[in-house]
Design a protein around this ligand. Sequence first.
Ligand code: MLT
Length: 326
Amino acid sequence: MMSIRSLAGACLSAFAALGAFAVPASAQNYPTRTITMIVPFAAGGPTDVISRIVTAHMAQTLGQSIVIENVVGAGGTTATTRAARAANDGYTLVTGHMGTHAASVPLYPKLAYHPEKDFEPVALLAGTPILILARKDFPPKDLKEFVAYVKANAEKVNAAHAGIGSVSHASCELLNSILDVKPVGVPFNGTGPAMNALVAGQVDYMCDQIVNAVPQINAGTIKAYAVATPERNPSLPNVPTTTEAGLPAFQAQAWNAIFAPKGTSPAIIATLNAAAIKALDDDNVRKRLLELGSVIPAPANRTPEALATLVKSEIAKWTPVLKPAS
Ligand code: MLT
């Protein structure tokens, strides 16, 4: 006959088994094969660089490779549409950002996805302050001269960006609206190639995420007028803030984050979130992200819920700024 103790044990095992049945087998064993991370811009740009740094560590934690697939076009919305329509099995993810998951909403009235309705937020990876950059022989020496020069030459100057709705496009729309200028926009498939054009002197200026700019600024191949955050960035101590340089109205910091297609199981989201957090706590990952000027999210901002809140607030923030431009 079964003792009370073994009866209780049997009941607990039965409950545990029932609990296990609540999680699909595919989620329990996840991941069992290679994961694809779609990056919506060209290789070598900020989204690509951040994705590669973080996913290399996540792959170790998960015991499976994470392959980066760069899918370019339409300011990142082509790739993000593809990610939204992918199977929600945890094997196709996307690194979205302030552009794909906020600025695109007012800029594309027929956007084929909605950042809040068509994705499960996984984890915020990095904040990326925006810099005002120019080719190294662009005449203005500092931000005050830049403002005067761009206003005086509004018909002639051009600004590179990574497509309508990208971070570089949206943040320069904000800058241009503050300056009341409409430069010619020169679109690229990412700010990786746009940066190459800036270094080559083929375009005049650009608003770009710091991750893409630190090596070039330090090498002296481009000019940096200011960083659009309240504080200077430790990776670029000599670059003034927009407030210090005389344009306090221009404040902009982007972000990059992992999203999964809507309906991906909560167990898979939790596994991916834990792996992302582990990566963000790794000394080597932190060092590489910080050297490039990224802002590593504080623990409270690393949950899927915090990312959902960020997306909502960023759509609300960018919609009135960008609506008139669409
Ligand atoms: C990139 O990786 O090329 C950028 O994130 C593009 C942008 O949004 O400006």
